[in-house]
Design a protein around this ligand. Structure first.
Ligand code: KG4
Ligand code: ZN
Length: 340
């Protein structure tokens, strides 16, 4: 029998639907909401309104691209949290109606765990190299920065996390200080390639164990720019590439130091990354280099599945469907503050 899973993601500002058949991704459609750009961040009220507009066409397109029939779908996996309550509610109410009309089970998926499981996505039917359990995953997104021990598809444990801002927030907030568009992570990634990472020094936090902190870096970045701009009003414009490269390098040093500590502490050398910031070119290069030098087995999810998408929800749903777990009833409600 075929297993066809429809995955739906609506936790923040991307409306996305994907189809996975027998563990292979057939389609992944993302409706990106551009309305937020001019506000320099996601506006929750606008996000839920956009989800309402996008969700039907996005789902229809994912089904069409996958070339499957609606009636052949075996289960619907959806993001139950964490995220923005209004956005999660649009997705949850939509999947309830669809599951009822197709008479298929609903499977709840934790958005953060799904980011981690994105490393198991397969686009074709051939043997892929996947991490072996237990492995370490560094989840770096706009809302989270965590090092997680992944014992199985369903059991994960946080070993350390940020005590304030997430790594993605550091990119976005410092980008805003430089007048870059939101989200600034991809912009800084691109501009850094033309800059010198040693041009400027910003303070690095001293945080215990496997925890992170990024709010001090943002303040250090803000103050050093403020002083330089007083002397030269064109300072940011004239040094943009070097500023981006130095900032990015500092964020990556902070991340890599903790990841190295986690490997030493646990003795686990199967290592992967996940979440929006894991699309970052330099972070990926550093991790591969570390893998070669220290004999780690490094697994990088495809870049296009680093940021929010429904493919990761569908693959999580696929493994849950096989294991018959996390089926939920029509009375299910989203949890905006869900944790791993
Ligand atoms: O996982 P994600 O799409 O959404 C959640 O937060 O769940 O992550 C979004 C974050 C944003 O902060 C964005 O600036 C950052 O990921 N990001 C990047 C890159 N692409 C996205 N940061 C650095 N380099 C990138 N290439
Ligand atoms: Zn995310």
């Amino acid at each position: 029998m075929n297993n066809i899973i429809l995955g739906i993601e609506s936790s923040c500002d991307d409306t996305s639907a994907a189809i996975i058949k027998n563990g292979i991704l057939l389609s992944d459609v993302i409706g990106v909401q551009e309305v937020h750009q001019i506000y320099g961040g996601v506006v929750p009220e606008l996000a839920s309104r956009e989800h309402q507009k996008n969700i039907i066409p996005v789902v229809e397109r994912a089904i069409k691209l996958a070339n499957v029939k609606k009636e052949d779908i075996n289960a619907i996996a959806f993001t139950i949290g964490p995220g923005l309550m209004g956005s999660l509610l649009v997705g949850t109410s939509f999947v309830k109606g669809l599951a009822l009309s197709l008479n298929v089970p609903l499977i709840k998926v934790n958005h953060l765990e799904a980011h981690i499981l994105s490393v198991f996505l397969k686009e074709r039917d051939f043997k892929y190299q996947f991490p072996k359990f237990p492995f370490l995953s560094m989840l770096v997104s706009g809302g989270h920065t965590q090092i997680v021990k992944v014992n199985s598809f369903f059991e994960m444990k946080i070993l350390g996390e940020t005590i304030d801002d997430a790594a993605g927030e550091a990119f976005d907030k410092c980008g805003k200080i430089m007048g870059l568009n939101y989200p600034s992570g991809p912009v800084i990634d691109k501009l850094s390639k033309k800059g010198n990472p040693k041009s400027f020094k910003f303070s690095k936090p001293k945080v215990k164990d496997l925890n992170f902190s990024f709010s001090g870096l943002k303040t250090s970045f803000l103050y050093s720019l403020r002083d330089k701009v007083k002397e030269n009003s064109n300072f940011i414009k004239e040094n943009k590439n070097d500023l981006c490269a130095s900032l990015q390098n500092t964020i990556i040093e902070i991340l890599m130091e903790k990841l190295e500590k986690a490997v030493k502490k646990t003795g686990i050398t199967e290592v992967t990354i996940a979440g929006g910031v894991s699309a970052n070119f330099q972070l990926r290069q550093e991790l591969l280099k570390k893998g070669r030098n220290e004999n780690w087995n490094v697994f990088l999810p495809l870049r296009k599945y680093s940021t929010d998408n429904a493919a990761m929800i569908a693959i999580s749903g696929y493994y849950k469907f096989l294991d018959k777990r996390d089926f939920v009833s029509q009375s299910v409600v989203p949890n905006a503050r869900l944790k791993i």
